[in-house]
Design a protein around this ligand. Structure first.
Ligand SMILES: [Zn+2]
Length: 80
């Protein structure tokens, strides 16, 4: 029986994102197999973008890396 907020693979699906501009934190659910490259801060409306070398905003600004990274230690971004 999977725990809430944890994928079948054992990855955490929630990450607390901290806005680098205003310091606002938001608890967000992460998609299991996709990159979230942009996120707009709900407080200051800054459009956060993943840092160079990071695959998504969660890896750059979250307290938990995205599920593909947790599972395989690899970026979820691959060229098609
Ligand atoms: Zn902000």
């Amino acid at each position: 029986m999977p725990q809430p907020g944890v994928s079948d693979n054992g990855a955490y699906l929630f990450s607390k994102l901290t806005c680098p501009e205003c310091g606002h934190t938001e608890e967000l659910e992460m998609p299991e197999n996709a990159c979230v490259y942009f996120h707009t801060c709900s407080k200051c409306q800054t459009r956060l973008k993943a840092r160079e070398g990071d695959c998504c905003v969660f890896c750059s600004y979250g307290d938990t890396p995205c599920p593909p990274v947790q599972i395989s230690a690899k970026s979820c971004c691959f060229d098609d």
